[in-house]
Design a binder for this molecule. Structure first.
Ligand SMILES: Nc1ncnc2c1ncn2[C@@H]1O[C@H](COP(=O)(O)OP(=O)(O)O)[C@@H](O)[C@H]1O
Ligand SMILES: [Mg+2]
Length: 337
């Protein structure tokens, strides 16, 4: 018989244990089955899934390698989708959204404020030169980064010439294009730097101050939103979600010294889930807990659609009530044998 897991958490990061345990706890409290699929299990899980020994209703995919076709978590996400399960987020949408070059063009078309940028295909980086007009628009130094990247790999924030493209290309062998981008300078706001990392989780936006130098998070309070006129943050995040169609992601937004907000890092599909109480530059615990709840709630609604009515579950638990009697009968039968 196929064993079906209601919620599967797919993540290679052991430092997401706090998140995983909270999720498991919610599943237990709400009578949903749960599986944590990490590096130790992903290949075996996939094999059993393909053999239809197990199935998954909802996969919460906290990985970020959707551009690599043979990444086991990507293969897993695709297989679950093929079998009619629901993956948050859809691996095919994630693949598009995580591509800084593709998304950049769509953001510009849709009026989302982004820094001045030129996208250079890998095939053109050798000997590439900006024309004078573009050079003036972008300024110097500028930022060079790969279209597919993560954790700042291959990002040069003080590039003085097009040579940085070659360096970036050597650091990011899987990237098919590179961005030359205006360097933003965050304004100071009281004790804070005007740089934000925001979570978008299933229609809810959670803003944090995110220090771009030491990567420390701090919650943005409702008072600060008013005091510093931070309303545009939420509008930009909603725009990013609408255009990318992603449910869970983080973005970086900068309040530049010209007084305007710009999206800098557009869609990170694997939001940090390290709690602050264990990691110096982790996410405030209350935010991690809230995100667990938002993702659980979304997944639960999807799972319940397939479960039928609440009353049906009650009937099932009536049968379970006789468990002890059944067990005693089974034991007695065994002793007789
Ligand atoms: N246009 C920019 N202006 C200033 N700093 C930038 C810009 N783009 C990136 N950075 C800096 O480089 C870091 C990494 O770049 P990012 O675009 O976030 O790529 P990644 O996806 O690797 O995180 C950012 O967190 C930020 O500190
Ligand atoms: Mg980033």
């Amino acid at each position: 018989m196929t064993e079906t897991y209601d919620i599967v958490l797919a993540t290679p990061f052991p430092n997401y244990n706090f998140f995983a345990h909270k999720l498991r706890e919610l599943c237990g409290q709400n009578n949903l089955t749960f599986f944590l699929c990490n590096d130790s299990w992903v290949n075996e899980f996939l094999k059993k899934l393909e053999a239809r020994q197990i199935a998954a209703r909802v996969v919460l995919d906290l990985t970020a390698n959707q551009t690599l076709d043979d990444d086991p978590y990507v293969v897993l996400a695709r297989e679950v989708k093929r079998q009619g399960g629901y993956v948050i987020d859809d691996p095919d949408l994630t693949r598009e959204a995580a591509h800084k070059g593709i998304l950049h063009r769509r953001l510009v078309e849709n009026g989302i404020p982004v820094p001045e940028t030129v996208v250079v295909p890998r095939s053109e980086i050798e000997g590439f030169k900006l024309d004078d007009e573009t050079k003036a628009r972008i300024g110097l130094p500028y930022v060079v980064k790969p279209s597919w990247g993560d954790s700042g790999v291959g990002v040069e924030v003080n590039a003085m010439s097009e040579d940085a493209l070659l360096w970036s290309a050597s650091q990011a062998p899987n990237a098919d294009s590179f961005l030359i981008q205006q360097k933003l300078e965050p304004r100071e706001l009281g004790d804070h730097v005007g740089w934000f990392r925001l979570f978008h989780i299933c229609r809810e936006v959670i803003p944090c101050w995110w220090n771009p130098y030491n990567h420390e998070y701090q919650m943005v309070t409702p008072g600060e939103i008013k005091q510093y006129h931070l309303g545009p943050l939420r509008r930009i995040m909603r725009g990013l979600a609408r255009i990318s169609q992603m449910k869970k992601f983080t973005s970086e937004i900068c309040l530049h010294r010209d007084g305007k907000f710009y999206a800098v890092d557009y869609v990170n599909a694997d939001p940090d889930m390290n709690p602050r109480s264990f990691y110096a530059n982790g996410v405030p615990d209350e935010i991690v807990r809230h995100i667990v709840w938002l993702l659980f709630y979304e997944a639960m609604h999807i799972v319940k659609r397939g479960h039928g009515y609440f009353d049906d579950e009650l009937r099932e638990s009536e049968a379970d009530r006789n468990w002890l009697v059944r067990r005693q009968r089974e034991q007695a039968a065994m002793e007789i044998r």
